[in-house]
Design a protein around this ligand. Structure first.
Ligand SMILES: [Zn+2]
Length: 415
């Protein structure tokens, strides 16, 4: 039994705000009924198998109203009416995730007068949580007789209702913007659609969730959700446990944001999902830059100028160019050209093979050698010559005979 079924059932009966969480109960629910006792025994037991119910099999759980209230920026509150025929509710938590694979929970308190279960969460230091993240949550409760029960997942958003936000969504992304021209939302949907098949080919699949981009125009809105260490100096933040990226938009045009910044940041979500790349180096930033469809300037030309001036640093041996401090941009650009070189020669299939090998635990340079069938020194030399630099004289490493030689697959986007 899946969540979609529950939603369809609810849509049919128009039950809103008060839903019996077990689907079998929902199937027999008449419009307007507030709750329904369900039994884990009998013919529906198989259907209930997804809901972890342990203990006395004859216990009846009754689920009444479940609510979620966003108190952005001060957290959120869940309430529930859940009871067991076997005894009072004595323990449990609300468990939520913002993206698949990440989970948080808080215990609830029981209102002695009404029996209502209430769980509150407030962001503490180090828990800065921007608005408009989506939560999928369940109640996990236990009664005094030792029985356990878990509600079907429900969905809610950490909504900032204090100011005007524009929300747009497509199959690729959910966009929220505030204090910005409305055009930025449409452009972001367009950019994500334009890049969809490239992401799929490069990573092997699309993200298993719909990412969100939360774009702030106003500084006060940007600061409001930040607790502790963060500062207004941070231009943006992308976290896979949020399933999205938040960006403070200043100066840049809407098209730069949509086709540049957002596509770059979404690529970081792909990196977290499909491979393992330590953050903060040219390899990872160059990779995210590779997915931008609009550049703030011509990155390849900038690196070619560097090469012509004899200033192209070593890439694969040693630490490579840095991506912080005064020369940060240079590291991004140089890294970008590596990924262009790789995909020009080995296609997006080469990209996919490289990130897959790295995920499997193969070291970066070993993985590059396996994908290209070339030694690291030869790769570096070819990349340099392609950029118009001297090949230098890399110390040639004998190429082991067992390299798998790939057959590069040319890839045409959207054709
Ligand atoms: Zn980046």
């Amino acid at each position: 039994m899946e969540y979609g079924m529950l939603r369809r059932v609810l849509a049919v009966f128009g039950v809103t705000g008060l839903l019996a969480v077990l689907v079998w109960a929902a199937l027999t629910l008449s419009p307007g009924a507030a709750s329904r006792a369900v039994s884990a025994a009998g013919p529906e037991a198989a259907l209930l198998a997804e809901t972890p119910v342990v203990g006395d099999s004859s216990v009846k759980w009754t689920v009444g109203e479940l609510t979620f209230e966003s108190r952005y920026p001060s957290g959120f509150v869940f309430t529930a009416e859940i009871s067991s025929s076997a005894g009072p509710i004595v323990r449990g938590r609300v468990i939520w995730s913002l993206a698949p694979g990440t989970q948080r929970s808080v215990p609830f308190e029981i209102n002695a007068d009404t029996g209502q279960l209430v769980a509150e969460w407030q962001p503490g230091p180090g828990e800065s949580t921007p608005p408009w993240l989506g939560l999928t949550y369940t109640w996990s409760v236990g009664d005094a007789a030792g029985n356990s029960f878990e509600t079907e997942p429900r969905y809610a958003e950490y909504a900032d209702t204090s100011r005007e936000w524009l929300r747009s969504e497509s199959e690729d992304i959910i966009v929220f913007s505030q204090g910005l021209p409305a055009e930025v939302n449409d452009l972001t949907l367009e950019a994500m659609a334009a890049q969809r098949e490239t992401y799929r080919a490069a990573w092997g699949d699309l993200l298993p969730y719909r990412p969100r981009a939360i774009l702030f125009g106003d500084l006060d809105a940007w600061r409001e959700w930040q607790v502790g260490q963060m500062s207004a100096n941070i231009a943006g933040l992308t976290r896979s446990e949020w399933g999205g990226t938040v960006q403070r938009v200043t100066g840049a045009g809407e098209r730069d944001i949509a086709y540049g910044t957002v596509l770059h940041e979404i690529a970081h979500l792909y990196q977290d999902e499909f491979t393992f790349m330590p953050a903060g180096n040219w390899f990872i930033e160059g990779n995210a830059t590779f997915f931008e469809l609009q550049q703030y300037y011509d990155y390849e030309a900038a690196v070619r100028a560097l090469a012509a001036a004899g200033q192209l640093p070593a890439l694969l041996e040693g630490t490579g160019p840095g991506v912080s401090g005064r020369d940060a941009r240079r590291g991004y650009d140089i890294g970008y050209t590596f990924w262009v070189w790789l995909t020009d020669n080995y296609g997006l299939e080469g990209h996919r093979r490289l990130i897959t090998l790295i995920k499997e635990g193969v070291g970066r340079n070993d993985a590059i050698e396996q994908v290209t069938g070339l030694s690291v020194a030869e790769v570096e030399s070819r990349w340099r010559v392609w950029l118009g630099a001297s090949p230098t004289a890399p110390t040639l490493v004998p190429t082991p005979a067992f390299f798998f030689l790939p057959s590069p697959t040319p890839y045409v986007v959207g054709k």
